[in-house]
Write a protein that binds this ligand. Sequence first.
Ligand code: PEP
Length: 253
Amino acid sequence: MRTPVFAANWKLNHGPTDARAFLQRFISQTPRQSDRTLLFFPPALSVAAVVDAARDRPDLLVGVQNVHAESHGAFTGENSVAMARDAGARAVLVGHSERRHVFGESDEATGKKVRLAVDAHLVPMLCVGETLEEREADATEAVVLRQLTAGLSSLTDTEVASITLAYEPVWAIGTGRTATPQDASSIHAVLRAALRERIGDKAAHVPICYGGSVNRGNAESLLLSPDVDGLLVGGASLDADGWSAITRSAIGR
Ligand code: PEP
């Protein structure tokens, strides 16, 4: 029912020259796999290079790490959904914890970006996750449900069924501290239940990825956990050999 997703978030790494070399090496080691979706989120300046390097591999999709919450106008330095689509992107990260906590992105802005993305035929990967303080205050469920509701507020039920979600506990991102498969599963189940409440049986179509210090050693145990439909990976996606190995993990379904 859901195709597992392997998403590489390169953050502020790999300019166009590095990105081309990465793709060449990655492709040489990674046969096509029809049972999973492989997604690259390079920096915006490298999107065209990755799209070009992957032109003979339609199984490799490219997305952008962010878009602006308005479609056009006087917003120096920003990128719009239409530009992302024109450059060859097919997906966009929305509400990544670094956007929320480093750049102050609000819940309201995530809702606007998700709306614009769907209108531009980009699949939004909406990221939700609690900080360590929120976790310690037992607020994890409340936080991720608030972020989910805000992110999806302007979508129809059919549109909700077409997005991808990522649960990324902030305390696990780039810290080397990973949620246990049980932790991940239990929050994914909360998210799935909320989706079911909102869109009924169509909730079964929405992949929910886990992200936060995933590596070659823990990828499979996370992927084999109930309701974990894929991985969103930062640091461990920066090396072509390592990322290739992770994308070839057993998915057990
Ligand atoms: C991320 O950037 O979404 C992420 C999960 O990073 P890392 O894998 O490095 O924790």
